[in-house]
Design a protein around this ligand. Sequence first.
Ligand code: PLP
Length: 374
Amino acid sequence: MSDAPDVGELRPPDRTLMGPGPSDVHPRVLRAMSTPLVGHLDPSFIEIMNEVQELMRYTFRTDNQWTIPVSGTGSASMEAAIGNLVEPGDTMLVPTNGYFGGRMASMAERAGGEVVTVDAPWGEPLEPAAVEEAISDTQPDVFGFVHAETSTGVLQPDVPELTEIAHDHDAIVVADCVTSLGGIELRVDEWGIDAAYAGPQKCLSCPPGASPLTLNDRAMEKVLSREEAPRSWYLDLSLLEGYWGEDRSYHHTAPITNVYAIREALRLVAEEGIEERWDRHRAVAGALKTGVEAMGLEMNPDDEYWLPSLNAVRVPDGVEDDAVIEHLLEEYDLEIAGGLGDLSGDVWRIGCMGHSARPKNVSFLLVALGNALT
Ligand code: PLP
């Protein structure tokens, strides 16, 4: 047997997080995470669960009863939505215009579904006409789209139009709102979204661990009338109903500290006001965009589809994307990221999310990026 490892005290570097997530965590959220644990069935925790659900409904702009934090990262709330809504033999229509549409496809396949696609180039949103054509041709049971595509910095416009097309063909609509919830205008009920999932580590500025999910009655009806149980026991929403529904009975031990964290993060959203928060993201990221354009850099997406929470900036000819990323990290303790998939090497991804969406961060980033490029 080896000796006890000599591991020092935890001292992570003090980074400024302006990448695709996680974003800087608000100090109040960190404080909430250092408060004492209670049991996951303690009456005081039951009250906390109610509060989290109420705050989450406010943030999603929904009255959906079925609104919960899923234990795990954004991929867990994503798989809870897709793995429960897609039954073996169902068809799911997914987009091909970014990395996370591809992840939707993998999850739908693992759920036993048949995947069909609606196409648009990386860096562009889906066109309603293309969605109409794909839905008419394939008659999917479920239609998924990414509201804020983190890999391309593209915001999907025309959401109510897309959901109307899907509903005309009786498809359930699932929206990936991981990089929009709490930072970008999102109106689940008004826009006709049947199920939406998100992550806490982006515009909510909360550490990963408990991820928002909401389903309306129509979506929940499909889930509860499945012939076969979903393939994941852990993410089976009909079982999670026991814990997050009326009974509050044991299913798994909730990540209590993460629930505290998301409660505080959502409380910050409610204090600021959701619409004011959307405006702040636009204004602060707008300054970032103006600043990088003033340096002679170009945004990758057209202005029409610009996603304030994730700014995809084209890497100029002759510049090594990685060298700039490394320089910012080493010299400034500042995190940004490179491109993913089709855009690998072509763009930098600069996040402007939640507590990171502050004028002070933008000024810091512009100075650091300017220096890295000279
Ligand atoms: N969907 C989108 C749009 C994302 O940006 C991410 C993560 O970056 C995910 C899904 C998956 O979330 P996580 O990495 O927290 O599992």
